[in-house]
Design a protein around this ligand. Structure first.
Ligand code: MN
Length: 453
């Protein structure tokens, strides 16, 4: 399977030409790109991939909204839209080691020294209140300075000058850990960012495993073949050979810079904080590179991140409750789980599994398997009719959560809560749900009784 974004676009075009929209008119990268995506979604109910050919102030066209449809993500994973969770779990279970190649399209143009200028890239400002232009589709590639493991992650970059950005390292996550090991020794952490990749690579970057797990293996498994990597110009880091663009850089020790506010997936524009500083050393790119943007806080962002999160949460719950049925992340910091409870107490174990395995998860609702998690009304019904709050709600105080949660009192500290909305002592022994006798259900023919059906 080809590993580049361009081949994926060809595949999408073949399947449904309407799914790609090329915009020829010049747009201002300040707000107009996000506004187009949002208006199309709200007013025209459309979520195509958008390619803006002329972006004011830059020679690079912008591509955005690539991930805003489950059927496109399914296509990238070579599966059906209702099978994405299974496909992702299969990839986690069967990672494919990457392969190093000598030649790569991403080396067609190499910019260093005076040629290097981040301000030549599209300066995309996403939302009102953002502190400046942000790169939202950068996947970081880094190595543990004290070991052999590697890490890939999405990190937002705020453009601060020709060769400088700030970086948002998720507190206590893997790249943050690597950086702190380097900084403790007064050393910079080499890092490279891939921009413009096949969506299978994007999905793999979000694999939410332990620090020892290699996201590149998941990318390969999702692609169906080893991810091809090429060595950087200014470090020994390895990066995707078929990316549209690579930014080679290091994160500097002992330096911080103001970053934000920035409108995030939470739906809030979060305030300014001191964050780490990135010094760029080279940019390499394909000829006529497409500069990828992720429309932050919209479906392009949310669909891409929930498929991997739901799969890893499913895995965590299944380790302790083998009869877990479905896991859904319907809103920020929120998780629904349905289980076929064999013995009482399993619901609470499922709550602990979710809260313990992901710093972002703050509220978990566990329901029986007769409840459809994709229907919020059914989940609310289960909470309303099967839960006694004094008995069934558990609160864990002062855990490490996300510092993007505006409700936290102190930076990143959060309480977490679980709601056991399963029937007690068991679904079988619970007050029966009302129903209609099955012979009556089968006998009733709407056409005989109700006009126009
Ligand atoms: Mn990792």
């Amino acid at each position: 399977m080809p590993q580049d974004l361009r081949s994926f676009l060809e595949q999408v075009k073949k399947k449904d030409p309407q799914d790609i929209c090329i915009i020829k008119k010049e747009v201002d990268p300040a707000y107009e790109i996000t506004a187009t995506v949002t208006k199309l979604e709200r007013e025209a109910k459309r979520r195509p991939i958008l390619i803006f050919e002329k972006v004011k102030g830059s020679a690079f066209p912008v591509i955005t909204n690539v991930h805003a449809s489950r059927s496109r993500l399914a296509l990238a994973m070579d599966t059906k839209p209702d099978k994405t969770q299974k496909a992702y779990l299969d990839a986690l279970d069967h990672p494919q080691a990457p392969k190093v190649v000598a030649k790569a399209p991403v080396k067609e143009i190499i910019l260093k020294g005076k040629q290097l200028d981040l301000q030549q890239l599209p300066q995309i400002v996403h939302h009102e209140g953002d502190a400046g232009p942000y790169i939202t589709a950068a996947i970081s590639f880094a190595k543990d300075p004290t070991g052999t493991t590697t890490n890939c992650a999405y990190n937002r970059l705020m453009i601060k000058g020709k060769d400088t950005t700030s970086i948002h390292l998720t507190l206590a996550k893997h790249l943050w850990e690597f950086y702190h090991s380097a900084e403790a020794n007064g050393r910079p952490l080499p890092v490279a960012f891939a921009i413009g990749v096949h969506p299978a690579i994007a999905l793999g970057a979000l694999a939410n495993g332990s620090i020892d797990e290699d996201e590149r293996g998941v990318m390969g498994a999702l692609l169906g073949e080893p991810l091809q990597l090429v060595k950087c110009e200014t470090s020994d880091l390895l990066v995707p050979a078929h990316a549209e663009m690579i930014i080679e850089a290091e994160i500097l020790p002992k330096e911080r810079t103001p970053e934000g506010p920035f409108g995030e997936f939470t739906g809030y524009s979060l305030g300014q904080r001191q964050r780490e500083v990135v010094r760029v050393k080279a940019i390499t790119h394909r000829r006529k590179a497409l500069f990828q943007d992720i429309t932050v806080a919209h479906l392009d962002h949310l669909l891409l991140s929930t498929i991997p999160i739901e799969a890893s949460l499913y895995r965590s719950v299944r380790a302790i409750v083998p009869t877990v049925k479905t896991v859904r992340v319907p809103a920020p910091f929120t998780c629904y789980v349905s289980i076929e409870q064999r013995v009482s107490g399993q619901a609470k174990n499922a709550i602990l599994a979710v809260l313990g395995s992901d710093i972002y998860m703050k509220r978990v609702v566990v329901v029986d398997h007769d409840v459809n998690l994709f229907n919020d009304r059914e989940v609310a019904w289960a909470i309303g009719t099967r839960c006694q709050p004094d008995r069934d709600i558990s609160i864990v105080t002062r855990t490490r959560g996300s510092d993007l949660d505006p409700s936290t009192q102190e930076d990143g500290f959060t309480a977490k809560w679980g709601v056991d909305a399963t029937a007690k002592p068991s679904l079988e022994a619970y007050t029966p749900r009302h129903g209609i006798p099955s012979d009556v259900w089968n006998r009733i023919n709407l056409k005989d009784l109700v006009k126009d059906t």
